[in-house]
Design a protein around this ligand. Structure first.
Ligand SMILES: Nc1nc2c(ncn2[C@@H]2O[C@H](COP(=O)(O)OP(=O)(O)OP(=O)(O)O)[C@@H](O)[C@H]2O)c(=O)[nH]1
Ligand SMILES: [Mg+2]
Length: 223
């Protein structure tokens, strides 16, 4: 029988991606530009949280947003309407953002003139968790209508996120959702995770979230 050559594709792709992600992080750090990667399921409130964050931090920091979607430019248009630079990555079917895409997204931005870049990752609780984007911090949203069992079903997303935003808390009265259970499970998976409870519709909880992000940025800029 002929020899069969086995080539491990997944490991090779991941390590190539990690290499480029480290390079992106290094260049951003050198240029004093902090990058946040925001992940969640479709419709949980990523764009809404970004718009609320822009409202809070726009006066203090120079911000740009890299939007990633399988199709359309609607999220980038919403960000641009707030007077903030937006780049739309149309992934054409890819279900997450990788370092190569971020490199392309950063290119049209004058990174040296920015303090904060936020990536809105593709709505998906699985694949984005496995791909380093080059961001300094990862944050995720879990919205109340999705259910409180998600840390059990998608543990990796909760493990790689530095901050967890429980959004749509205005639905808590109508839902069988325990914030306490989510917090406990998230902290079991990632003891360092910081948890926020927000309602992007009313603005409740946005101060605490924005304060956390502002602190991350100021610490980063002070280094
Ligand atoms: N009631 C309520 N609705 C919210 C809240 N946050 C966001 N929404 C609504 O939820 C819907 C989806 O919000 P988006 O911010 O577009 O969600 P997204 O995660 O960016 O969605 P994709 O980009 O499609 O993945 C919109 O109709 C928002 O107005 C909230 O805290 N409470
Ligand atoms: Mg969106």
């Amino acid at each position: 029988m002929e020899d069969i050559r086995l080539i491990e594709i997944k490991e090779a792709i991941l390590s190539e991606n990690k290499h480029l992600a480290d390079e992106i992080r290094h260049c951003l750090t050198r240029d004093k530009t902090f990058m946040l990667n925001l992940m969640s399921s479709p419709g949980s409130g990523k764009t809404s949280l970004i718009l609320r964050t822009i409202e809070k931090l726009k006066g203090e920091f120079r911000i740009a947003v890299i939007e990633a979607d399988i199709d359309s430019m609607v999220d980038a248009e919403k960000v641009a309407a707030r007077g903030v630079r937006a780049v739309q990555l149309r992934t054409g079917g890819f279900c997450h953002v990788d370092a190569r895409m971020v490199e392309k997204g950063l290119k049209p931005l004058d990174v040296k003139e920015l303090d904060l870049v936020i990536i809105e990752n593709v709505g998906n609780l699985v694949c984005p968790a496995g791909s380093d984007t080059g961001a300094h911090k990862n944050a995720m949203i879990l919205s109340v209508p999705e259910g409180d069992d998600k840390p059990l079903k998608y543990p990796r997303m909760f493990q790689v996120s530095d901050a967890l935003v429980v959004n749509k808390i205005d639905y808590l009265h109508a839902a069988d959702f325990s914030v306490q259970a989510v917090k406990q499970q998230a902290m079991f998976l990632n003891p360092d995770v910081v948890v926020f409870e927000t309602c992007c519709r009313t603005g409740e909880g946005i101060d605490s979230w924005s304060h956390w992000l502002e602190t991350q940025l100021l610490d980063f800029l002070a280094c």
